[in-house]
Structures are given as C-alpha cells and as structure tokens.
Design a protein around this ligand. Structure first.
Ligand code: 0X9
Ligand code: ZN
Ligand code: ZN
Length: 303
C-alpha cells in the first residue's frame, strides 16, 4: 500500500490502482493502453451510482518529473474509496475518470536515472535524443507557440500530433467516453510547479473562450478554497496570460473538443524545491487540491 509519506514507484502505483475495486466497488479500473516501454496505463472510474451522470476527468503526470501530481491523484483516489461517506460534496451526482499517471516511462526514468526528465521515452528517428513533450503533442494548435521541432528540446512537439502512445491513449479514452455519451463537464490536468490555476485559452495570450467569465469565477472559487486549507496562494488566469503560450497542450485540446471547464493545475511550490517537492508536502498539497476539486464538483453539479 502507498503511504503518501514518500513518492511511489510506478509498480506501487499500479498495484494500488489494481486493488481499488476490492476496497470499494465505487471504483472500477479501466486499461487505457500501454506505454512506449510497455507499461500498463490506467484510468479509474469512481461512481456511486449506476446511472450515467455528469463527469469530471483528471489526468496526472503528463510530465515525468512532476511527481507530486501522481502522488496527489492517488491520494485523492484513496480518500474517495476509503472515506466515501466523508466526500458527499465531491461524489454526489458526479462520476470521476482519473488517470493517475500517464507518462509512466518518463516517471520511472526520472526516478531512476535523471530526476529532471520531463518528456516521454520514445526513440526519435535521426536523433540520439529521446522523447517528446506530451503536453505539446495534442492535436490542437499542434506546433504553435512554445513548441520545438528539435528532438533534443524539452518542449519537442513530436513528429506528429498524438505520436506518443501515452497521449494517444488519453485522447482515445476521452473521445471514447464522449462518444458513449459520458457528460464530461470538467477536465483537470495536474502539473507542477508554480501554484497556478490555469484557464483556457493557453495557446496564445489575450485569447479567451466565450464562457471565460465562468472559467474565471470557478478559478477564483478554486484558489480561495485552496488558500483556506493551508494558506497556499495560487494565481489564476489563462495559461498564456499567466505563464506563456503553448500549442498542443491537453487543456486546450479538451476545451476545443467541447469540455466546458478545463484547467491546468500547477501545484506546489513556487520554486524553493520546485519539482523536487519534499514528500512531507504530498498530503498538504493533496488536501488543498481536494478542496479545489470540491469547488469544481459543486460547479459541475449546478451546470
Ligand atoms: O508548459 C507546460 O506544459 C505547463 N507548465 S509545466 O511547468 N508543468 O510544464 C503549462 C501548460 C499550460 N497550458 C497551456 N498554456 N496551454
Ligand atoms: Zn507539467
Ligand atoms: Zn492538512
């Protein structure tokens, strides 16, 4: 079992995920593909009703070195499964589809060989540099701002959109849910670090979806809820206004295919430890993220 006092290996995450349905039948595990190095990729559905309901989708660990994101996703899963009665605000009327770690090869490489590894681990033809940035590999604004065509760059977009098995697995899974009429109303992508709640659009500055005022009011509610838990201060705004423009990111891709609320949540901290966040911060980070998720759930429920 994972304890959230240390970061887990992917093998530990995998067995944690596989055990969830036996702990509580509100969890079901779905295989969504395999990674470049043939590890299994998973999504966990959490549902307290047999009816098809409003849904929230979460992805984590798109970037290898952002260990806090998969630790937070698994903590959230554990809470929902072991303390179901405590989380009525989160669970009532809503189904969750949670991908607890997607760039699993990169994550293991970051654990064992290069702590600052960001990308996937695929071989690039004609280069000795490995991997693509999965958050430049989605088919919306592919090759746009903030992307590189050089395989050695940390923001290499890849040879084509969804060239990576991991991004293809996410896109196929989400598209499959939508085409089977799962009503996904929010998509939250877990990243680190910086303490930002990033709204659409993220591909270029000064670009806002027509429903931006609703995105922003949810963003403000989410960061207030985060601050109320341990005093952690987040900043909200569009990904491109607050940070920088990024083409091919999962957040804008999700917004563009019609998911109403989309966010990239850049978790702790603001740079003291950066990606190397001490494990003592896993639980507090996860607690405040749960508070933000509760705000997303409230909003989705009222849609
Ligand atoms: O650059 C990224 O992919 C994200 N930051 S990170 O430090 N985790 O790598 C930010 C992406 C925000 N989304 C868009 N700008 N579309
Ligand atoms: Zn990231
Ligand atoms: Zn706490």
């Amino acid at each position: 079992r994972i304890g959230w006092t240390a970061y887990s290996t992917y093998a530990e995450i995998e067995s944690f995920v596989q055990d969830l349905p036996s702990i509580n039948s509100i969890a079901s595990v779905q295989s969504i593909g395999t990674s470049y190095e043939n590890r299994n990729l998973y999504a966990v559905k959490i549902s307290t009703s047999p009816n098809n309901r409003k849904a929230i989708l979460i992805d984590a660990n798109i970037h290898a070195r952002e260990w806090i994101t998969s630790a937070t996703a698994t903590w959230i899963l554990n809470e929902l499964v072991t303390k179901t009665a405590q989380y009525g605000e989160v669970l009532e009327g809503i189904d969750y589809y949670i991908i607890p770690s997607i760039n699993v090869d990169g994550y293991e490489y970051s654990r064992t060989s290069d702590r600052m590894w960001r990308k996937t681990r695929s071989v690039n033809s004609g280069s000795t540099c490995r991997g693509c940035d999965p958050n430049r590999n989605f088919p919306f604004q592919f090759g746009g701002e903030g992307t590189s065509s050089s395989p050695c760059s940390d923001t290499f977009k890849g040879p084509s959109a969804l060239s990576e098995k991991e991004t293809k697995a996410v896109a196929d899974y989400v598209n499959g849910l939508l085409s089977s009429n799962v009503n996904i109303l929010a998509y939250v992508s877990f990243h680190s670090y910086g303490q930002y709640w990033l709204l659409p659009w993220g591909y270029t500055a000064n670009a806002y979806p027509v429903d931006y005022s609703q995105q922003l009011s949810l963003g403000n509610a989410a960061i207030s809820a985060i601050q109320a838990v341990h005093g952690t201060r987040y900043v909200t705004g569009t990904g491109a206004d607050v940070l920088y423009g990024v083409g091919g990111a999962s957040d804008d891709w999700a917004k563009n295919i019609g998911i109403k609320y989309t966010v990239t949540a850049e978790m702790r901290d603001t740079g003291r430890y950066g990606f190397v966040l001490p494990p003592a911060q896993i639980i507090p980070n996860a607690e405040e993220t749960m508070a933000a998720l509760t705000e997303v759930a409230k909003r989705v429920r009222s849609e």
